[in-house]
Design a protein around this ligand. Structure first.
Ligand code: C2E
Ligand code: CA
Ligand code: CA
Length: 571
C-alpha cells in the first residue's frame, strides 16, 4: 500500500503543474485494467456521490458478488464479512462516507464462495470535491497472510496474533477475558494412519465449524498442531460450555472427509483473566494444563482451571525431572520385582510377571501407577521398557536351569509398540541373551488394540511367528474386551483383579470369571486370574478351569533372590 501511495503522490505532484496536465492524458478505464492486472491485490474504486463501486473480476468471483460494478455494496458485504468483524467494518466505512475520516485501514474476515473465511486487509483513501464533500473512495484490499499473520492451512490468524491480541485486551483494562484452547483428540493418528492431506482437511473442517458456532464476538486462532485458540470477552463457565457444546455437536456429526468417516472428538481447556492468572503467559500455560487434563480424563470434554490442576501438574513435572535424572544416571533407582504365577493344577510356580519399581532419593518410593503414566506421556517408556526387557529376560535365562518351561511375563505399553524399532530391539535382546522365545510372554492391555486394530494385528502376527506369546492384561476393564478378543487371538487372558475383589459377595463377578474362562477354554486361550488374596477366594476359583493364579495369596511381587529362595531352590 505504501508503494501505491507513493506512486499516487508522485503522479499527483507531476500532474499538478498546468503544463504537465495538458501534455498528459490517459484512458481511465484502460489504466484501471492495467493496474488490476499488475497486482495480486484487489483495487477498488467507489464514487461516493452515486454510491457505485467497481471491484476487480477476481474478487467478484472469489466472494460471489453479482457483478463488477455494484450500487451500494454494503448489504453484500454484510452477508460475507464475519459477524465478529462486521461492526468494525461497517463503522469504518461509514466514517469515510460521512466525511468524518479521509482514510481507513481495517482487517476483517470474509467468507469466500467455497465457505472458508479468509483474512483481508483494506487500505483506502477518500478524495473530496471542491466543496469539501466526499467524492471518490479508492484503495486496495489484500490478503493478510503476506504479513505472516495467517496460518496457511486454516486461514485463521496464527499463534503470534493470538498472544498479541490477548495482551492488547489485558492492556486495555478488560476483565473476564476467557482463553480457550480446543484440541482434536488423537489427531496424530489421522496423520499416521491416513495422510497429511486428510489431516489438513480435518483442520480446515474444524476451523470452519468453530467459526460458524460462535456466540458473538469470540476470536478464533490456529495455535500449534491440532490446537485452536479462542478469546472470549465477558467470559464465564456457562458461556464457554455453550460454545464448546455447539462446536462438539457439529464436529461429531460432520466428519465425512472424502467419503471416509473419521471418528474424532474434540477436547477443550479454559482459564479466565484475571481470576485464574495475571498475565498472558501464565494463562496460556494454565489453559494448556486444563486441556491436558481433559485429554487424560477420557477426552471429548471441557475442563476449567482449578488449583488442583496446577498441583497435579507440578507433581507430574517434579516426578518427570527425577525420572529423567535416574535414566541419565544409568537407570539408578530403578529395580524389577517379580510376582509368581502359580499353576492351579500343580500349585507350583510356572513363571513370574516382571514389575517395575522406582525409588528416588528425594521423593522416596513412587508407585508405578504414578510414574508409569509419566514415562508414557513423555515417551521415556521406550528406553525404560528396553531396559526392563533386557534385565528381566536375562533373569529368566538364569532361571531356566531350575525349569526349562519357566516363563517371564513383561508389561509392554502401547507407546512402546508405536516405536518403529520395537520388534528389532526385542529380537536383538533375544539373540544377545540366547533365550528361547517360548519362555517369553508380553502383556498388552486392551487399549493397545482398539485404536488401531489393523496395525496391532500385524504386530501380533509377527510376534506369533517368532514364538513369543501375548497376554491380554486387565481383561474386563475396557469398553470392548470381547470384541478385542475376537479380533486378536491372544494366547493368554489375564482377568483383572476387580472381579476377584468382591467375588465372595458378588454373584456377577463369579459368573463373569466362569463365563470368560469357559469361552477361553473352548478356543484354547489360557486364563490367568489376578488378585487372589485369600484362601477362601482361591477355593472358589481353583476348580473352574483357570490355568494360572497370580495374587498375594501365593506371593507378592518380590526380589529375584526371594523368588529363588521361596519358589525355585528345592529344599
Ligand atoms: P498390572 O500389570 O496389572 O500389574 C499387576 C499389579 O497388581 C501389580 O501392581 C501387582 O503388585 C498388583 N497385584 C498383584 N496381585 C495382587 C493382589 O492380590 N492384590 C492386590 N491388591 N494387588 C495385586 P504394581 O506392581 O503396583 O503395578 C501396577 C501397574 O503398573 C501394573 O499393573 C502395570 O500396569 C504398571 N507396571 C508395572 N510395571 C510395569 C512395567 O514394567 N512396564 C509397564 N509398561 N507397566 C508396568
Ligand atoms: Ca501386567
Ligand atoms: Ca493386570
Amino acid at each position: 500500500m505504501d508503494n501505491i501511495k507513493k506512486i499516487n503522490e508522485s503522479i499527483t505532484e507531476n500532474l499538478s503543474s498546468a503544463e504537465n496536465k495538458k501534455s498528459f492524458s490517459y484512458n481511465e478505464k484502460e489504466s484501471y485494467k492495467a493496474l488490476i492486472k499488475s497486482t495480486a491485490n484487489f483495487i477498488f474504486i467507489g464514487n461516493l456521490k452515486t454510491g457505485k463501486f467497481r471491484y476487480p473480476l477476481v474478487m467478484v468471483n472469489l466472494f460471489g458478488f453479482p457483478s463488477e460494478v455494484i450500487q451500494n455494496p454494503l448489504p453484500l458485504w454484510e452477508k460475507i464479512v464475519h459477524k465478529a468483524d462486521w461492526e468494525k467494518f461497517y463503522e469504518s466505512n461509514m466514517e469515510i462516507v460521512s466525511g468524518e475520516k479521509d482514510s481507513h485501514n481495517i482487517e476483517f474476515r470474509v467468507k469466500t464462495v467455497e465457505g472458508d473465511y479468509i483474512w483481508m486487509k483494506c487500505c483506502g483513501n477518500m478524495v473530496r470535491d471542491k466543496e469539501g464533500n466526499p467524492s471518490t473512495f479508492a484503495g486496495v484490499i489484500s490478503h493478510l497472510e503476506e504479513k505472516n499473520k495467517i496460518d496457511n492451512v486454516t486461514r485463521l490468524l496464527n499463534i503470534t496474533e493470538f498472544s498479541k491480541n490477548f495482551q492488547k485486551k489485558i492492556d486495555s483494562g478488560l476483565k473476564n477475558i476467557g482463553m480457550v484452547i480446543l484440541g482434536i483428540d488423537n489427531f496424530k493418528q489421522v496423520n499416521d494412519f491416513h495422510d497429511r492431506e486428510t489431516g489438513d482437511k480435518v483442520l480446515q473442517a474444524i476451523a470452519r465449524i468453530i467459526q460458524s458456532n460462535l456466540l458473538c464476538n469470540e476470536e478464533v486462532y490456529r495455535l500449534d498442531g491440532d490446537n485452536f485458540g479462542l478469546i472470549v470477552k465477558d467470559a464465564d463457565e456457562e458461556k464457554i460450555v455453550e460454545i464448546y457444546e455447539k462446536i462438539k455437536t457439529e464436529f461429531v456429526t460432520s466428519q465425512i472427509i472424502e467419503k471416509r468417516k473419521l471418528l474424532l472428538t474434540i477436547s477443550g481447556g479454559c482459564s479466565i483473566y484475571p481470576k485464574d492468572g495475571n498475565s498472558y503467559l501464565e494463562l496460556y500455560k494454565y489453559t494448556n494444563y486444563t486441556l491436558e487434563s481433559s485429554k487424560k480424563d477420557g477426552k471429548n470434554k471441557m475442563t476449567f482451571f482449578t488449583k488442583e490442576i496446577i498441583e497435579n501438574k507440578s507433581r507430574h513435572l517434579e516426578v518427570l525431572y527425577f525420572l529423567k535424572r535416574s535414566i541419565a544416571n544409568d537407570f539408578y533407582g530403578f529395580d524389577i520385582v517379580y510376582q509368581p504365577q502359580i499353576s492351579s493344577k500343580t500349585e507350583k510356580i510356572k513363571g513370574v510377571e516382571a514389575l517395575l519399581r522406582w525409588k528416588d532419593e528425594k521423593l522416596g518410593m513412587i508407585s508405578p501407577m504414578e510414574f508409569v503414566p509419566v514415562l508414557e506421556d513423555t515417551g521415556l517408556i521406550v528406553p525404560v521398557g528396553r531396559w526392563i526387557l533386557r534385565n528381566s529376560l536375562k533373569q529368566c535365562k538364569e532361571w531356566l536351569k531350575y525349569n526349562p518351561d519357566f516363563t517371564m511375563s513383561v508389561n509392554i505399553s502401547f507407546i512402546q509398540l508405536l516405536d518403529k524399532d520395537f520388534l528389532n530391539d526385542l529380537k536383538e535382546i533375544i539373540k544377545e541373551l540366547d533365550i528361547p522365545t517360548r519362555n517369553i510372554i508380553l502383556e498388552l492391555t486392551e487399549s493397545c488394540s482398539i485404536n488401531s486394530m489393523g496395525f496391532m494385528k500385524n504386530l501380533y502376527d509377527e510376534l506369533k511367528d517368532s514364538g513369543i506369546r501375548v497376554a491380554l492384561d486387565d481383561f474386563g476393564t475396557g469398553y470392548s474386551s470381547l470384541g478385542v478378543l475376537k479380533e486378536i487371538a491372544a494366547d493368554i487372558v489375564k482377568i483383572d483383579r476387580i472381579f476377584v475383589r468382591d467375588i465372595l459377595k458378588s454373584k456377577f463377578d463369579m459368573n463373569f470369571i466362569k463365563f470368560i474362562t469357559a469361552i477361553c477354554n473352548d478356543v484354547d486361550i489360557e486364563v490367568c486370574l489376578e488378585g487372589v488374596e485369600t484362601k477362601e477366594e482361591y477355593n472358589l476359583v481353583k476348580d473352574i478351569g483357570i490355568d494360572y493364579i497370580q495374587g498375594y495369596y501365593f506371593g507378592k511381587p518380590q526380589s529375584a533372590e526371594e523368588i529363588e529362595n521361596n519358589f525355585l531352590i528345592e529344599k
